[in-house]
Design a binder for this molecule. Structure first.
Ligand code: NAI
Length: 467
């Protein structure tokens, strides 16, 4: 499942020809290396800029970055051989859209010096939600302030579309009252700066509370946690199992009996436990809990990854294709969560409950031939939002990840030309790898993401379709 075009245009004559013809030239992304996770965190010095009212918050951010042994600078000066590894824009003080002008132009003056695989990350504050709850929040916010805050979102997404050479731009949007030094702001910033977020581009992640805590060891944030991953025999699920195990978790992998051999191979690799189980079984959650508790004493993290495709135009759709898909992709996670979301079921040994489910970026945008799949995946987003409150009240989080085009067995069945168009339809001009989705899931499962709840994070290279 490799992208031959990407390999070709990264050197020699094909690279020159592609440049002359104006063809896409996707870059090799800066990804995590199992032997040296997060070292170095960025490919060069980090510049911290701010709007005029956020200088003190920018100082706090700069101090925090220094604690990670980064070369942090407050002035846009580089020596000849240097390139910026990242630019962090602290825009928490904007009160009018015109406040964006100075930091935007300062960013403009340094962008040519951004290293391949570099990062632009904004920190800003939340504007009123589309449907204001409570209404009072929207009422109290001056329109110019709301315009400035939402202006950051539009600015950031456009910067992401202009970057090249595998560089990305993403933002953290802080609720009022959440400090820039809050654990989830620091955790989110570290994730977005690092190679772990290689295929996350043009996204704004909301930090709603001061919750969460820093791991004792950033290289093993899930040390001692116990996680179940459904559909772990191959593709994204197998990658999730590997990354969670690398981050210190014990993993229970679930898949259908027909995938038993492949599941055993993955679980042997990560020293985990294989459970052959169809997740549509009525007692699936109880069986998973029983295995996790017998083996490890508790279960902390649930990753609802198993999924199927039953594509057909709606005019040709049959009841079994629609119903089979709903049964696996949404009814099973809903039923299992009736057990997992009960207070006291997940969590133990100091680890807070975490539920992360797989949505789909193209499905959320609406996809021809995928009415059933899109209904199920949009359902995942609704389920995630609804469970965020109750699970949040017991200190846990429920989030979703929406992958774009990812190179797996599932997408290998797509005809070659359609596949190539899908790859080019994102700002990074390529498909993602299962590990990219796995890294985002591992971050949302980690203690440092405790203030991020009810969100759907797209891992799509800023796919040009959808929200
Ligand atoms: P895949 O088809 O390679 O793997 C899915 C796994 O789930 C298989 O091992 C399969 O045996 C298992 N599974 C299916 N039904 C099951 C059941 N009833 N009980 C237990 N296990 C079951 O799929 P891939 O590409 O790794 O996708 C994983 C998830 O990510 C799915 O939810 C998919 O919808 C989602 N996704 C994938 C994208 C992609 O581009 N590959 C894009 C967007 C979302």
């Amino acid at each position: 499942m490799s992208d031959t075009y990407l390999e070709l245009v990264n050197g020699g004559l094909p690279a020159t020809v592609a440049k002359k013809l104006g063809l896409p030239r996707p870059a090799r992304l800066r990804r995590t290396d199992a032997s040296s996770v997060d070292r170095p965190l960025t490919p060069g010095p980090v510049l911290v800029l701010s709007d005029t009212h956020a200088a003190a918050e920018a100082d706090t951010v700069a101090q925090d970055l220094l604690a990670w042994d980064l070369d942090v600078r407050r002035a846009p000066r580089l020596s000849d051989h240097e390139r910026w590894g990242a630019v962090v824009l602290v825009l928490t003080g904007v009160t009018h859209p015109t406040d964006l002008s100075a930091p935007a132009l300062e960013l403009a003056s340094v962008l040519r010096g951004l290293a391949p695989g570099g990062r632009v990350v904004t920190l800003s504050r939340a504007a009123p939600a589309a449907v204001a709850t409570p209404v009072a929040v929207a009422d109290e916010m001056p329109p110019a302030l709301a315009a400035a805050r939402l202006g950051v979102d539009g600015f950031l997404r456009s910067v992401a579309k202009e970057l090249r050479a595998g560089a990305t731009a993403n933002g953290l949007v802080l609720a009022d009252g959440v400090g820039v030094g809050a654990p989830s702001v620091r955790g989110g910033l570290r994730f977005l700066l690092s190679a772990r977020s290689a295929f996350v581009d043009g996204q704004l992640l909301q930090v709603g509370t001061d919750g969460g805590s820093e791991p004792a060891d950033w290289a093993r944030p899930l040390d001692g946690a116990v996680a179940v991953v459904t559909g772990a025999a191959r593709g994204i699920g197998a990658a999730v199992a590997r990354v969670l195990a690398r981050d210190g978790a014990h993993v229970v992998g679930v898949d259908v009996p027909a995938a038993g051999d492949a599941l055993s191979a993955v679980m042997n690799e990560v020293a985990g436990v294989a459970l052959q189980l169809d997740i549509t079984a009525d007692d699936a959650a109880e069986r998973i809990l029983a295995v996790a508790r017998t083996r490890y004493g508790h279960l902390d993290v649930v990753v609802h990854n198993a999924g199927i495709l039953r594509d057909k135009l709606l005019v040709n759709m049959t009841a079994d294709r629609f119903d089979d898909l709903l049964a696996v992709n949404i009814a099973a996670p809903l039923r299992m969560n009736e057990t997992f979301a009960e207070p006291g079921v997940l969590g133990g040994a100091g680890t807070a409950p975490r539920i992360v489910s797989l949505a789909s970026a193209p499905a959320l945008a609406g996809n021809r031939g995928q009415t059933n799949y899109a209904a199920a995946k949009a359902g995942i987003v609704g389920m995630t939002r609804a469970l965020a409150g109750p699970v949040g009240r017991v200190g846990g989080t429920v989030n979703a990840v929406a992958p774009g085009f990812i190179e797996t067995d599932m997408t290998a069945t797509i005809p070659p030309v359609t596949r190539q168009i899908a790859r080019w339809g994102s700002s990074l001009q390529q498909g993602g790898k299962p590990v990219d989705v796995a890294e985002a899931i591992a971050f949302l499962a980690s203690p440092q993401a405790g203030g991020i709840n009810g969100q759907t994070l797209r891992v799509c290279g800023q796919m040009l379709v959808g929200q």
